[in-house]
Design a protein. Structure first.
Length: 364
C-alpha cells in the first residue's frame, strides 16, 4: 500500500512538471524577450544597485493601453525638483545634468527627436554626440579620445521644460491598473537674436526603461520647507509627483491637440476631457459586478417588465386607473365648492307637523 502511494506521489509531481513546461513557443519567446529586456536595463550597475531597484516595466500583453504625452513646466512648484540645483554641487544635481553626464560617459543612450514628435528607440536613431553638441553650441573638449564638458558649460539652466510619455494600461493577468513613464525629452529654451520670446528646442529622447536603474540612485529634494525631504528621481516619476499638461495622445491621425483645436479654450477643454476619460476608466474598472452579471441584471429587468405588461393585458380589471393632473385638479376644485356652500337647516321630523306658536306677554 505504501509502495502504491509513493508511485502516485511521483506521478503527480511528473504531471505538474509537464504542465509547467508545456507552454506555447510564442509565449516562451515573449518571456525570453522580457527577461532579456530586464537584463539589458541593469547592465553596468553594481549588485547593490540591482537589488535595490524593483525593475517595474509595462507588460507587453495588456488588455487596454493608452499612451499620452505631457509637457512639464519646470517653473511650476511641483516640478521644481527637476530643475534645482541648476549647477551641480557635489553629488547633488538636477535631472538634465544627471542625464547629460551619463550620455557623455556612455552609460545611457540618447535618441533623435523626430519632426513628428514620436520617439524611436532603434539603434540607427541613436544621436551623434558631437553633432548634438555642435547643434546646440555646447562647448566641449576631446582628451585622450573622450569628450569632456565642463560643469559651467552644461546648459541645464536653459532646460525649462520636459516632454514625457506616459503609458496607462490595464493588465488583465494581474487585474491591476498601472501608469508608467516610458520616455523623457529635455526641451531647451534659448533666446535668439532679434527674438522677443525664447525658442524651444526638443533635444533628444531618453528610453525610461534604459535609465530607470540609474534614476533610482539619484536623490532630489522635494520640499522647500523641509530640506531633508527627498526621493529618488525614479520614485518621483513612478509616484506621479510631477504636474504636466497633455499636449498629445497616440491617435490614428497623428495630430497634437493644438492641431485640431481652434484656440486655447478648446485646447483646455480637450485636455480636461482626456483627463476625465482616464479617470472614468479607472473608476469603472473596479465595478463590483462582472460584465456577465450586469448583462444578466438587464435581462432580468427586461423579463420582469414584459411579465408585468402581459399581466396588465390579461387582467384589465386589476389595472389601476391613472388620474390625470387635470382631472385631479378639477376634482379638488369641486370638493372645495361643495364645502364652501352653506348648509341648509334640516327640520326634524317631530316638529314638522306642529304649528309654530308665538307667545307675547301682554301688559296688564
Amino acid at each position: 500500500m505504501q509502495y502504491i502511494s509513493r508511485l502516485l506521489i511521483i506521478a503527480s509531481f511528473l504531471f505538474v512538471a509537464q504542465i509547467s513546461d508545456a507552454q506555447p513557443p510564442a509565449r516562451l519567446k515573449k518571456n525570453a524577450k522580457q527577461e532579456k529586456k530586464a537584463e539589458s536595463a541593469v547592465a553596468g550597475l553594481s549588485e547593490r544597485a540591482k537589488s535595490q531597484y524593483p525593475g517595474v516595466i509595462v507588460p507587453d500583453e495588456v488588455e487596454w493601453k493608452r499612451d499620452i504625452y505631457r509637457v512639464l513646466d519646470l517653473q511650476k512648484e511641483e516640478n521644481a525638483s527637476l530643475y534645482y540645483p541648476v549647477e551641480q554641487v557635489g553629488n547633488s544635481m538636477n535631472l538634465f545634468t544627471f542625464l547629460f553626464n551619463n550620455i557623455i560617459n556612455g552609460n545611457i543612450k540618447a535618441y533623435e527627436y523626430n519632426l513628428d514628435g514620436y520617439e524611436s528607440f532603434r539603434e540607427e536613431n541613436v544621436i551623434d554626440l558631437k553633432a548634438m553638441l555642435d547643434d546646440y553650441r555646447i562647448y566641449f573638449e576631446e582628451k585622450d579620445g573622450a569628450i569632456v564638458v565642463g560643469k559651467s558649460d552644461i546648459p541645464s539652466a536653459e532646460v525649462l521644460s520636459y516632454y514625457i510619455k506616459e503609458s496607462h494600461y490595464y493588465d488583465n493577468r494581474t487585474g491591476t491598473y498601472g501608469k508608467r513613464v516610458t520616455a523623457l525629452c529635455p526641451v531647451l529654451h534659448r533666446n535668439e537674436e532679434f527674438s522677443f520670446e525664447a525658442t524651444k528646442y526638443p533635444m533628444f529622447w531618453i528610453n525610461y526603461d534604459e535609465v530607470a536603474q540609474q534614476l533610482a540612485q539619484q536623490k532630489v529634494m522635494t520640499s522647500s520647507l523641509n530640506n531633508v525631504s527627498s526621493m529618488s528621481l525614479d520614485d518621483y516619476f513612478t509616484k506621479g509627483a510631477y504636474n504636466g499638461d497633455i499636449y498629445k495622445t497616440v491617435n490614428m491621425r497623428n495630430l497634437a491637440i493644438a492641431q485640431y483645436c481652434k484656440d486655447s479654450t478648446e485646447v483646455k477643454k480637450e485636455q480636461q476631457k482626456i483627463e476625465q476619460q482616464l479617470k472614468d476608466f479607472r473608476t469603472n474598472l473596479w465595478n463590483t459586478k462582472s460584465v456577465a452579471e450586469l448583462k444578466q441584471d438587464s435581462i432580468n429587468a427586461a423579463a420582469e417588465a414584459a411579465k408585468d405588461s402581459i399581466a396588465a393585458v390579461e387582467n384589465p380589471d386589476k389595472k389601476e386607473k391613472k388620474v390625470t393632473r387635470r382631472a385631479s385638479r378639477e376634482k379638488k376644485t369641486e370638493k372645495v365648492k361643495k364645502e364652501s356652500k352653506p348648509k341648509k337647516q334640516k327640520d326634524s321630523g317631530s316638529n314638522s307637523g306642529a304649528a309654530k306658536v308665538s307667545v307675547r306677554r301682554t301688559r296688564r
